[in-house]
Design a protein around this ligand. Structure first.
Ligand code: CA
Length: 228
């Protein structure tokens, strides 16, 4: 199987080498960059299949690299996983809203990073389709075609907006979405959803779903995710 090309951007050379070593061991073709400028030059010279991007870089920082990648039509589809430090929640939110696919907080284990890389590459390969396929997660069953949610076989009465929020989270299990991303994904039909009202929707969902509602996790300072 042809292995993907991954560019790792990190100015701390110990971390860069650790990540490079572990990804190479998995069979990935790995490139490295120690600054935002070098990263942008390398991505343009040879677009990788995925970028692992530290946010704290001297000069052009990680968020700016992400912004420039996502603004470039030829590169905007390259997935980005951000490496972040504790306390950078605001930057994580900005990065996700700029189009980064995921993030990992330091310190992290190489095994977790590899799992995230696989998940992002898989999601990209699948193209995010199959929006109407039924989803089963534990005792939660969602039938998008019928707009129906069952918990342990019992139907749950959700509003149209609650349904869309739940469906969006569940069909991207493990992914953290900011309130703005959730608003963007479900906005529209019945009434304008604001970021605060996302909290209200989540509150309603958790209550109606009972124990299954615990799978909707709050990620402090960032947003929400559905636990796999
Ligand atoms: Ca750094």
């Amino acid at each position: 199987m042809a292995k993907e090309h991954i560019l790792v951007v990190e100015d701390e050379e110990d971390i860069l080498e650790l990540v490079r070593y572990n990804l190479a061991k998995e069979g990935y073709r790995v490139g490295g960059a120690i600054s935002g400028e070098e990263a942008l030059a390398k991505v343009k010279a040879e677009p990788p299949d995925l970028v692992v991007l530290d946010l704290m870089l001297p000069g052009v920082d990680g968020l700016e690299v992400c912004r420039r990648l996502k603004a470039d039509a030829a590169l905007s589809q390259v997935p980005v996983i951000m490496l972040t430090a504790k306390g950078e929640e605001a930057d994580i939110v900005t990065g996700l809203e700029l189009g980064a696919d995921d993030y990992i907080t330091k310190p992290f284990s190489p095994r977790v990073l590899i799992a995230r890389i696989r998940a992002v590459l898989r999601r990209k390969a699948e193209g995010g389709g199959e929006q109407d396929a039924p989803i089963h997660a534990g005792n939660l069953h969602i039938h998008p075609g019928r707009h129906e949610v069952l918990v342990g076989g019992e139907p749950v009465d959700l509003t149209a907006t609650e349904f869309r929020v739940l469906h969006y989270l569940v069909r991207n299990p493990g992914w953290v979405f900011t309130r703005y991303q959730i608003v963007d994904a479900v906005h529209g039909e019945d009434y304008p959803v604001t970021d605060r009202s996302v909290d209200v929707q989540i509150f309603g969902l958790r209550k109606k779903l009972g124990p299954a509602g615990k799978q909707i996790e709050t990620v402090r300072g960032v947003g929400y995710r559905f636990k796999e």
